[in-house]
Design a protein around this ligand. Structure first.
Ligand code: ASP
Length: 439
C-alpha cells in the first residue's frame, strides 16, 4: 500500500500547521511521498508567499525596490524554521534568490521558490529526503508537461527513495529554466507523483473536509459528498465547483488512482473520495451535486425540415469555427438547433456570426439570447432512474424560474438547464431543496 500526499498552502502556512502535517504523515507508514505547496494564508487578510514572490518580481521588473516585500518572505520561512527548532539555514539560498530577482530572473522561477523552500523545510522537519522538482518534473519546449520523461525519471528516482518530499507547482524546461504550472498547480504535481509511483491513493490535504453538494456561499450548510466519480467531478468543476486544479485529475484518472480530499485541520473527517468508475460506485443519492455558472449566450436556429438536410449541423458549427468560437452545449430538435457558447467568445463577433449563418445555413429564424446561466444537476444515481428531470423542472416551476433550454448529456449523468442569469440563485436553491438528503 502506497499513498501520495499533497498539502496545500494553508496546511503549511506556519509552524503549527507543519506539526499537524507531520502528525498526519507519521500516522501511517504507507504515507511515503509528500508534495508541498508554498506557505498560504494564516488569516483572512494574510498574503500567500507565492503572491509575495510574484510581487517582488513585478516590482523588480519596474525597477522599484522589492527588498521589504522580500524581507517578509524571508521572515515567514525563517519564522517557521525557528519555531520548529530546526538547525537548517536557508540564508545563503535566500540571498541567491534575492540577487536573481534583482538581475531579472523569470517570474516562473521566482514564483517557484515558495514551494522550493517550504518543501526543503518540511523534508528537514520530517527527517526524510528532499527531491527537487527541477530534477524530476519535465516540460516540453512548448511548455507542456512531458509526461513520458517525467514518469520515467520519477519512477527511477523514487524507486531508490522509500520516502521523499517534492515541491509542487514547478518543473524544468529542456533549456534548464524553471517553469510553473498555472496557479494552484501543486495539485498537478501530486497527481503526477501518484501516477509515477503507481500509488493506491492520492490524498489531497486542504482546509475543508471535502466537497459539498452545492456552493456554501449560496446554500446554507450543504450536505457533504462522500464519494464522487471523476466524470461527475468534471461536470461539477466545469460549472465552477472547485476543489482541485482542473488538470490534476488527468494523471491519476489515467491510472485509476482515487483521490481523497482531506482536511488538515480535521484529520478524523473522511473527506471526499474521487473514484474512477461509475459502475461499481452505487449510491443511495439521486444527485451528487449541483452547480451553476453565468455568462452564456444561446444562438437559436430554426429551419423547417432541418432533419432532412444533410450536413446542416456541421455547417452551423463550421461557421462558428471559422470565427474562432467554441461551443459549450448543443441541444437540438427536429427543426431546431441551439448553440450555447460562453458569451466572452462572441465579443465583437455577434453580428458577423449572424450574417455568416444567414448566408451559410439559410435559417427560417435565428435568435440570440444573452445573459443565460447554466445550472447542472449531476449524479450517477439518476442513471436509468425515471422522474429526476421532472422533479428538477417542477422545482424550478414552483420557484417561478423560466427554463430557456434543456440539455441532458448522453451519459445520463447530468441535466443542464439554461435559465436567465437573474434566476441563478433561486434556481440553485430550489433544486437543492428538492434533492437534499433527508435527515
Ligand atoms: N503556490 C502556488 C499558488 O499559490 C501553487 C499551489 O499552491 O498549488 O498558486
Amino acid at each position: 500500500m502506497l499513498k501520495v500526499l499533497k498539502f496545500g498552502g494553508s496546511s503549511l502556512a506556519d509552524a503549527d500547521q507543519f506539526r499537524k502535517v507531520a502528525a498526519i504523515i507519521n500516522a501511517e507508514p504507507e504515507r511515503r511521498y509528500v508534495v508541498a505547496s508554498a506557505p498560504g494564508k494564516r488569516f483572512f487578510e494574510d498574503e500567500k508567499v507565492t503572491d509575495l514572490l510574484l510581487r517582488c518580481h513585478a516590482l523588480a521588473e519596474e525597477r522599484n525596490p522589492f527588498e521589504d516585500t522580500f524581507q517578509r518572505i524571508s521572515e515567514r520561512f525563517n519564522g517557521i524554521i525557528a519555531d520548529l527548532g530546526l538547525t537548517l539555514s536557508i540564508e545563503k539560498e535566500l540571498e541567491i534568490v534575492k540577487s536573481a530577482i534583482a538581475d531579472g530572473a523569470s517570474s516562473d522561477y521566482v514564483a517557484s521558490r515558495g514551494e522550493y523552500f517550504n518543501s526543503m523545510i518540511l523534508a528537514n522537519f520530517l527527517g526524510i529526503p528532499f527531491l527537487d522538482a527541477e530534477e524530476c518534473i519535465y516540460f516540453t519546449a512548448e511548455g507542456k508537461l512531458d509526461s513520458k520523461k517525467t514518469n520515467t525519471v520519477l519512477e527511477n528516482r523514487l524507486a531508490m527513495l522509500p520516502r521523499a518530499v517534492i515541491p509542487g507547482f514547478y518543473g524544468v524546461l529542456p533549456n534548464g529554466e524553471i517553469k510553473t504550472f498555472s496557479r494552484g498547480g501543486s495539485d498537478i504535481t501530486g497527481s503526477i507523483v501518484a501516477e509515477a509511483t503507481d500509488a493506491d491513493l492520492y490524498e489531497n490535504w486542504t482546509d475543508v473536509s471535502g466537497m459539498l453538494m452545492a456552493d456554501p456561499r449560496i446554500i446554507e450548510n450543504p450536505a457533504p459528498i462522500d464519494i464522487i466519480t471523476y466524470r461527475e467531478l468534471r461536470e461539477l468543476s466545469y460549472m465552477g465547483a472547485t476543489v482541485l486544479h482542473e488538470d490534476a485529475v488527468f494523471p491519476v484518472r489515467r491510472s485509476g488512482i482515487p483521490i481523497n480530499i482531506r482536511n488538515t485541520n480535521a484529520p478524523a473527517d473522511q473527506g471526499t473520495m474521487i473514484v474512477p468508475h461509475t459502475e461499481d460506485q452505487s449510491t443511495d443519492r439521486l444527485i451528487t451535486g449541483i452547480a451553476g455558472k453565468k455568462g452564456f449566450t444561446a444562438i437559436f436556429i430554426e429551419k423547417d425540415m432541418m432533419n432532412a438536410e444533410l450536413g446542416y449541423g456541421r455547417r452551423v458549427l463550421e461557421t462558428l469555427e471559422r470565427r474562432g468560437v467554441r461551443f459549450e452545449h448543443l441541444p437540438s430538435g427536429i427543426d431546431t438547433i441551439t448553440v450555447v457558447v460562453n458569451s466572452k467568445e462572441l465579443e465583437g463577433k455577434k453580428d458577423l456570426i449572424v450574417a455568416d449563418l444567414q448566408r451559410n445555413v439559410h435559417p427560417d429564424t435565428i435568435r440570440i439570447h444573452e445573459n443565460l446561466a447554466m445550472v447542472a444537476v449531476v449524479g450517477r444515481g439518476m442513471i436509468r432512474k425515471p422522474g429526476v428531470a421532472a422533479r428538477v423542472f417542477n422545482a424550478l416551476a414552483k420557484a417561478k424560474v423560466n427554463i430557456r433550454m434543456i440539455d441532458q448529456g448522453s451519459s445520463e449523468l447530468n441535466i443542464i438547464v439554461g435559465i436567465e442569469e437573474k434566476d441563478h440563485l433561486t434556481a440553485l436553491k430550489a433544486i437543492y431543496e428538492e434533492f437534499k438528503p433527508k435527515e
